[in-house]
Ligand binder design. Structure first.
Ligand code: ATR
Length: 268
């Protein structure tokens, strides 16, 4: 039996097992199962050992271990080094390799929504809110698409750390506004609790800008609801989540799963 795992803390809410087990069945990949496990930092070496000896065939990593897992892996792919974030682990030639498919998930999601006729975001200003675990993947993806990136985080120190990783970003003090942006991305956890709202004023953003929230449950955070009421385009993190899962799945199985209505509905 090939065993796959998503590790994190908390992990109860993870929908990754549902998606990957659905694809194992759909693509008739036998003797494979994907489970979730709540772990502590001290458990990371055991996870590594299990990957090395084949007890685990592949692992997804979620908060808060995406960064702290880096030092224990044998090899990091460029995306993992540049974002300092690993969400997918596989083994090749007896080496345990960490990569990042979050950025690809976001990249694909933005491409599908925004760039059907265009190849990049060169003439666009982009405002990223937050500097948490996933933000480096978003910056990495947006860097590839072009555009000018502004980032603001409640805790200044964390956004300064992000700037060390990506010197090209423009840091905006929390509460201040960047120049007019065509795209605004929420990478904070505010909105997971549907009553909560980001404490920033976007009331003058009412001209068909794009508001992207990485959160997909609830489907519409207050950030998105209010943006929509003001006449903007909105997109939640559902397609990003599915694409990152699809990229991880293809690392493990060499199969590129189709993102069809059925798998999209699994998240509803
Ligand atoms: P971590 O910071 O451990 O990586 P995360 O869940 O990846 O955790 O990131 C949480 C993000 O949401 C951070 O950008 C955090 O801002 P701080 O760095 O200031 O903590 C942001 N966040 C969480 N609650 C927030 C709130 N009430 N207002 C604004 N930002 C908030």
């Amino acid at each position: 039996m090939k065993k796959y795992l998503v590790i994190g803390n908390p992990i109860d809410h993870s929908l990754s097992p549902k998606i990957h087990n659905y694809w194992f069945e759909k693509y008739k990949i036998e003797n494979s199962i994907y489970e979730k496990e709540k772990i502590e930092q001290k458990d990371l070496p055991t996870i590594y050992e299990k990957l090395k000896n084949g007890e685990l065939a592949g692992v997804n990593v979620t908060l808060p271990f995406k960064k702290s897992i880096l030092p224990i892996l044998d090899i990091l792919e460029t995306s993992a080094t540049e974002t300092q974030s690993v969400n997918t682990i596989f083994k090749e030639n007896d080496k345990v390799i960490g990569t990042n498919t979050d950025w690809e998930g976001f990249h694909r999601s933005i491409e599908k929504t925004l760039l059907p006729n265009k190849k990049n975001l060169d003439d666009k200003n982009i405002f990223i809110i937050g500097a948490g675990g996933v933000t480096s993947s978003i910056v990495y993806a947006l860097k590839k698409l072009g555009g000018k990136i502004f980032v603001s985080n409640r805790t200044q120190k964390k956004v300064e750390e992000l700037k060390n990783l990506f010197p090209e970003i423009n840091v905006i003090k929390w509460g201040n506004k960047p120049p007019r942006c065509e795209i605004v991305v929420n990478t904070t956890s505010v909105g997971l609790n549907s009553a909560d709202k980001i404490d920033l004023d976007f009331s003058d953003y009412n001209n068909n800008e794009l508001f992207f929230d990485l959160i997909y449950s609830p489907k519409e955070t207050n950030f998105l609801k209010e943006a929509k009421l003001r006449g903007n385009k909105i997109i939640n993190g559902k397609m990003m989540f599915l694409y990152q899962a699809a990229f991880a799945f293809s690392y493990w199985t060499r199969i590129k799963p189709e993102i069809d209505d059925e798998v999209i509905e699994l998240l509803d």
